[in-house]
Design a protein around this ligand. Sequence first.
Ligand SMILES: Nc1nc2c(c(=O)[nH]1)N[C@H]1C(S)=C(S)[C@@H](COP(=O)(O)OP(=O)(O)OC[C@H]3O[C@@H](n4cnc5c(=O)[nH]c(N)nc54)[C@H](O)[C@@H]3O)O[C@H]1N2
Ligand SMILES: Nc1nc2c(c(=O)[nH]1)N[C@H]1C(S)=C(S)[C@@H](COP(=O)(O)OP(=O)(O)OC[C@H]3O[C@@H](n4cnc5c(=O)[nH]c(N)nc54)[C@H](O)[C@@H]3O)O[C@H]1N2
Ligand code: SF4
Ligand SMILES: [Mo]
Length: 682
Amino acid sequence: MTRKEVMTDCTLCYHSCGVKVTVEDGKAVKVVGLKEHPLTRGELCPKGEAMLENIYSPERIKYPMKKVNGKWAKISWEQALNEISAKLLDLKKKYGPEVLGVFSGSIGVENIEMNGLTQRFRSAFGSPNFFSVESVCYRMRIRTRQMTFGKYPTEEYDSKLYILWGHNPDSSDLPLKIHMAENRKKGAKLVVIDPKRISIADSADMYLRVRPGTDGALALAMINVIINEKLYDKEFVDKYTFGFDKLVPHIQQYTPEWAEKITGVKADDIRKLSRLFAGTKGASIFQGTCSLDQTANGTQNSRAMAILQAITGNVNVPGGWVISPRLAMGAVGMGVEGVAPLGSAEYPIFFEIWGRKSPYGVVTMVPENIPAKIKAFLVLGGNPLVSMADSNAFRESFKKLELLVVHDLFMSETAQAADYVLPACSQLEKWGLAFDYNVCHCLPYLMLRKKAIEPLGEAWSEWKLITELSNKLGEGEKFPWKSEEEMVTFELGPTGLSFDHLLNEKPEGAYYQQKKYGIDEKTFTTPTGKIEIYSEALAKVGADPLPTYTEPHRSAVSTPELTEKYPLILCTGSRSLYYTHSQFRHVKSLQKKDPEPFAELAAGTAKNYGLKTGDEIIIETPSGQAKMKVRITDRVDEGVVLVPHGWSGEANANLLTDTVTRESVMGYPEMKALLCSVRKAE
Ligand SMILES: Nc1nc2c(c(=O)[nH]1)N[C@H]1C(S)=C(S)[C@@H](COP(=O)(O)OP(=O)(O)OC[C@H]3O[C@@H](n4cnc5c(=O)[nH]c(N)nc54)[C@H](O)[C@@H]3O)O[C@H]1N2
Ligand SMILES: Nc1nc2c(c(=O)[nH]1)N[C@H]1C(S)=C(S)[C@@H](COP(=O)(O)OP(=O)(O)OC[C@H]3O[C@@H](n4cnc5c(=O)[nH]c(N)nc54)[C@H](O)[C@@H]3O)O[C@H]1N2
Ligand code: SF4
Ligand SMILES: [Mo]
């Protein structure tokens, strides 16, 4: 029997926790946490522990398939590539290359090969239309911090004060959970700001229950208190910020009493939190990864939080927000000249700031542009028909596509809607690089993602699919790497770390740089060279250059006419520890832990509608209906309905969201503060 142990990472969500996989006779038989990994030190979450159940699931797609008369027929890779490429070339000839859209999901955020290859593919084809979850998640905060600091500082895991602001590490962030527990033992404080009293709030130093979607008002009032009570770091502000003089008069309107009326958080608690935050050097706002973005005030939420870190001097100090050294890598991705993706005109700052372009289009604009501008879609590692806002609109518009190709391990709802489904490799079946610790939480650390087993069935990696398809399209010379290993070697080129070194000497991974604290003249690469409290970049695109507050698109305040029909606040997307978005519902051990979706309601609200735990209800919004069971809990406020996302069929939360209520600066969908009604299902 041959036996080997492979150190690699788990990519079942973007945290890339270190794992050690035992392989016997070519089969992975055991996965444990990797003790040597600096972030997770041997711990895994239940999803990571169930990795092999997912990989060896009988439901894996085994071979390429084509839909013929509504039924799936097995075909060869050769046939699939021939037909797909012929159709793409035909569409290109008739309508131009822009009609091709490429989507890569959240798996493509941590999988830089997938992300880079899909970008290069659409560029080689000549289309600017690359979409990903980045126009519903995370990129908004990157962009906003960039426009404020020039670079992208992130929350440090080891902090003295953790403000979990719409973030629940117990379910969504294992590395933070581990580090926070350790630092709290040493005296670090914890504040939770969340409409739900999540478990960890029970032991927090402060818990503030906020009305969904109103966090911006709370943040503005904190700035107000910190300025008016002179709690800010004057020396830091004088030396490193631009526009503070404009902020002072602007912020006067946002008093704690004003914010109390909007958010439901007591003015005195706002004062107390402001004092605690401003009085702690090494404090960090752990801003929800998407929870504060997916609201009408998204960009301004991020701005207000950046300004809070700045005026208290909590930037580039241990425990605050810190700019990590960036890793110079060989870029697999490629831009397209002369044409810009959907949404670049409507949401210009999402696409470009100071000449720095982002590769993404605005995904909420996709449905309305099919078929006029988009006629074919290639989806890798995503499930947009379930995960993007407005599943109804996505599904209807995808029906009008002339070609839909999905590369996945499983028959997702998007795959079911496709013309061709292509089998994908799991992360143990291909080579790659894991280095996103610095993107998410500033750890300049890199690991080789190792191919531990051979691809199952006829699965192909993204490299193989994109390379072979490009060959058929006559664009093969743009994909020069003869193997995945060669591509990874190319990526590593500028880093000074070689493939062999990472494979043989440092299988557990290596630091590629040391973190630096402190500030010098090169730290803030904004046009003023300072932290831009006043943002010319925002003013230029017609947005508020100083932080402001916008009510949720739909609420008792902004649309009182809707509240008779939709009297409750709907907040979607609470993470389940056992699933990543729409994934793993077929994994038995996880299914057992979280068998069905529940809408969480407070007792009074449930009583008003005659509901008890376990009842089936219909949740309705102006966009659609979803069916789930009720769970009564004292952890959410009266009048709020909290639902998970990622469930398929009738329980899909995105049957309730829409692509119309877009955040005004970056076009993000509203997912956290909608209006709904509930009733018992017949
Ligand atoms: N297990 C698991 N982990 C995941 C994922 C997953 O699907 N499953 N997904 C990953 C991805 S892609 C992302 S983006 C992150 C998401 O990460 P986050 O956006 O940080 O989401 P959570 O950590 O679930 O915490 C969100 C919290 O915000 C609260 N909340 C909702 N609306 C509001 C609001 O308006 N204001 C405030 N203050 N709080 C609000 C919710 O009640 C919840 O407790 O999780 C990542 N981790
Ligand atoms: N209502 C509501 N909707 C939300 C959210 C919310 O809070 N509320 N959150 C949003 C957020 S933050 C995000 S990031 C998105 C996530 O949106 P998506 O990324 O579209 O969602 P997933 O369900 O994770 O889809 C990933 C797909 O990739 C497949 N896959 C996994 N590994 C690989 C691989 O190596 N190769 C290939 N080719 N395929 C692979 C999986 O089987 C799965 O079908 O969802 C968003 N949707
Ligand atoms: S948190 Fe869980 S699913 Fe995510 S990478 Fe770590 S072990 Fe895997
Ligand atoms: Mo996300």
